[in-house]
Design a protein around this ligand. Sequence first.
Ligand code: TTP
Length: 643
Amino acid sequence: MPVARPETSDSRIIAHVDMDCFYVQVEQRKQPHLRGQPTAVVQYNSWKGGGLIAVGYEARKDGVKRSMRGDEAKKVCPQIHLVQVPVARSKADLTIYRNAGSEVVSILSRKGRCERASIDEVYLDLTDAAEAMLKETPLESLESIHEEVLKSHVLGLTLNGNNDKEIVREWLTRRDADHRDKLLACGAIIVAELRLQVLKETEFTCSAGVAHNKMLAKLASGMNKPAQQTIVTLSSVKGLLEPLPIKKMKQLGGKLGSSLQTDLGVNTVGDLLQFSVEKLQDLYGANTGTWLWNIARGVSGDEVEGRLLPKSHCSGKTFPGVQALKSIAAVEKWLKELCEELSERLQLDLETNKRVAHTLTLHANAYKSTDTDSHKKFPSKSCPLRYGAGKILEDSVNLFQAALREFLGSYTNPADCGWGITNLSVSASKIVAVPSGTSTITKYFHGQDRFQPSLEPSDEKLAPEDDTLSPSTSHQTECGGQQTQITHDTSTFDQNETTCKDDVCLTSKHHEPQPRLSQKESNINDGKRSYEHKRKATKEKGTSSILRFLQTNSCSSSKQETICLSSGVQEGLNIESEALTESQNARRANTWRYNADEIDQSVVEELPPEIQEEVRTWLRPQKQANTVKRGSSIAHYFSPNRN
Ligand code: TTP
């Protein structure tokens, strides 16, 4: 649910920093000969050259898009270099990207509160730094301003193409500017410095938005890419928001946005302005109504959270087409791999950051080959997390079996064939710091006795042991205290083109709000749900001194590595491509070339939050209303009536 937080102050200075073509930059740093060359990173699935997951700006100029597969990219740009994502345990291994993101975070966090929003995105609260700068040096007396600051795009400022930097300089140093604009100017200076520092220390370029709140900063960061920054002045907010399609607003990409469109005829943020707060509250409830009224006016009190580490860890894999797992033994084999990876990451987090995770959740997508109810989703299951790969595996297998029984219903024996798993993942959430004062980690664990659920902290809402395996009615994974609904697909997938992160502004933290609608309204909406189709056109405006800096600075080659793919992985993937029928291929080609069922869950978990949300939207059953699961306790499965 969105939370209608009033602005704590309209003079906050918030930046949203977004790395440019991030995976490509990481690969180019590793292999410096790729610098300046058209490059893309492809999924490890090599079918038709692999799905592109990151496209460098040189390749974008030649018309390469993320929605393409490698083969198609080669057609439009024959000289393109396709780098395959690293692979470990026969699945994408994102460690190098995660670590590269951490390098950036450690630099950005030097100037203010920093929230790591995704693998390549960060929010910064620079209010104190900006206030301090303003106190120390009145802007009008600044003698020199770095070129990078002068290249800022100031929304609402009219440029003429001749002396743009001078115009920006004047704006930055106006003696009569109001206090909030002066703070924004300081924010722009600080962010430019930080971006240059990131470049110097990591060789990565990034883009940024600077505004008075997170929502506006996020909207702005993608407006001028790569390696540029955009400032949202107060006076520009109305002009920025009014024409914006409603579905591009944070948290409006799904049901709530659809309801606004179909029920109220609201297509742009400007359309929303005609509704009073009372009307919106009547329709959507006090909180959501107020929130909608606020965001239409650019008001959002969301705080930068001060979190440098991820909220959860997830390890997953997809099994598209003929690779679907069709026996419990096959599922167990893969769960072993996934649980080992998860356990390693948990262990590292524990040792490095002194953090422990409390909840283990199993998610899967599945189909029933014989069932008419093809949209029935595979329930996610959670239980208290016990450390150690063996224990995680044991619990995951139990969770899987309980979920499978529920998925199949009372009359089907799980041992029978007729079901397939197309996506499987395990995640660890509710990660908290080991309480300070605990002298050793081991002591902490002994003291907690993590194997007795009743001793877990009370806010965990833990059930007795048997109940931990009983299906939860809400199927939610809890991350950092926030409720995140995980929905899963069954046998069919919406095959929509992927959308760009700057097209839709959603975060997993503030998950898709559920509009309060009548049953009739909700049916109408289910039927009319539509999705974003187009990735925003590549943004390559402006030349950038930061890029020039990059071109003149050769990279250290010490970090060069060669990416090795196990031939076994390749073979498996080839089988899939051969097994796809002509009609399947034709259907895929006609609909969406990047198939939802090829997206690795672990990749999804690492995506920018709004992309995660978008992907989950595709993965949702097409027409299924939110239903509460019934008759699904563990006892039910072991009842004498069952086979
Ligand atoms: P994005 O920030 O969406 O894109 P980007 O950094 O590649 O490019 P841009 O300059 O336009 O911001 O995604 C960050 C990384 O996340 C991206 O480099 C690769 C990964 N990713 C995927 O693996 N799959 C996807 O579908 C998307 C959208 C991103």
